[in-house]
Design a binder for this molecule. Structure first.
Ligand code: B12
Length: 251
């Protein structure tokens, strides 16, 4: 029971008021911890569940080293690298985005959360990319101008490698000229553009128009993707395909 002075921890753990008495803070932690433990007990979590929960929590709070340890442990237990990525850290990033949207997280917290996974990603990357798939062709990938988000783009690049493509990743903040240079230099079978902001999505149209003016439109299949992108938007800008996640395989 809380004493005089009150306080709330379950609603928002980092908003304990400056005048909340210390004993109440302890009581709140105890309460929160008991609820957490009983949830775990009733769900009878396997070690795999605990690992995924840990990956989620560490990512949400931007803590890097335990994520590396848990990823290694998960692999030792025989967990699928894609599960270790898509069932823990990636949902946590979505939650980070939601917290940012409602004003609970700010830019630095979003950045710390994004960076916290880099160690674990380094471990998972070669496992996801190494599939032994038949060679498929060449693929150019990049994030459009004024946009520096690259986690989703990098994942797409890794998965394309896994699907058997030679991937040329031109990085972030890519202006039309950079995409055109890459098409001329590498003659890819397809290329993908990522945009993660509603303000940078229109760059797809600008880049596709520049490719048309350069007379290269018939040479490549153009795919678009990223958090706010939809099939309708893909059609509106004249791209060939959209997907919420990229794994392209030619028949
Ligand atoms: C991490 C993050 C950041 C990090 C990025 C770090 C990095 N190295 O990437 C930092 C802190 C730098 C950042 C900055 C900003 N961010 Co930010 N960010 C995020 C966050 C939380 C996660 C993004 C992510 O990595 N997701 C995980 C990956 C795996 O998913 P994904 O990106 O969607 O990629 C998948 C698919 O989209 C698809 N895909 C991706 N590319 C392609 C390409 C093709 C061809 C295909 C087929 C598929 C495909 O496959 C991927 C794998 O499944 C999102 C929230 C969210 N819900 O996405 C906000 C979010 C994208 N950011 C947002 C904002 C507003 C910003 C800032 C403007 C904030 C600010 N005021 O400064 C800046 C802009 C900086 C800039 N100019 O680019 C908003 C965008 C809102 C909007 N509608 O425009 C979001 C949605 C947060 C929110 N809810 O408001 N951000």
């Amino acid at each position: 029971m809380l004493g005089k002075g009150g306080g709330s921890i379950l609603a928002s753990s980092h908003h304990i008021q400056s005048d909340t008495p210390l004993e109440n803070v302890f009581a709140m932690y105890d309460l929160a911890n008991r609820g957490y433990k009983s949830r775990r007990e009733t769900r009878e979590m396997s070690r795999e569940d605990v690992i995924l929960d840990g990956l989620y929590e560490n990512k949400l709070n931007g803590i890097a080293q335990p994520a590396v340890d848990l990823t290694k442990e998960g692999l030792e237990l025989g967990m699928d690298p894609m599960v270790l990525l898509f069932d823990g850290p990636i949902p946590a990033l979505e939650e980070v985005g939601r917290l940012f949207k409602i004003g609970e997280y700010f830019g630095p917290e979003m950045l710390i959360a994004a960076k916290a996974m880099s160690g674990a990603m380094e471990i998972l990357k070669p496992l996801i990319a190494a599939s032994g798939a038949e060679p498929q062709g060449t693929f150019v990938m990049g994030t459009v101008k004024c946009d520096i988000h690259d986690i989703g783009k990098n994942l797409c690049s890794i998965m394309q490698e896994g699907a058997g493509f030679k991937v040329i990743d031109i990085g972030v903040n890519g202006p039309p000229e950079k995409f055109i240079e890459a098409i001329l230099e590498h003659e890819p079978d397809a290329f993908g553009m990522s945009a993660f902001l509603t303000t940078t999505m229109p760059m797809f149209g600008t880049i596709i128009e520049a490719i048309m003016i350069a007379g290269l439109r018939d040479r490549v299949k153009i795919l678009v993707g990223g958090t706010p992108v939809t099939q309708e938007y893909c059609e509106a800008v004249g791209a060939d395909g959209f997907a919420p996640m990229l794994i392209l395989v030619f028949a």
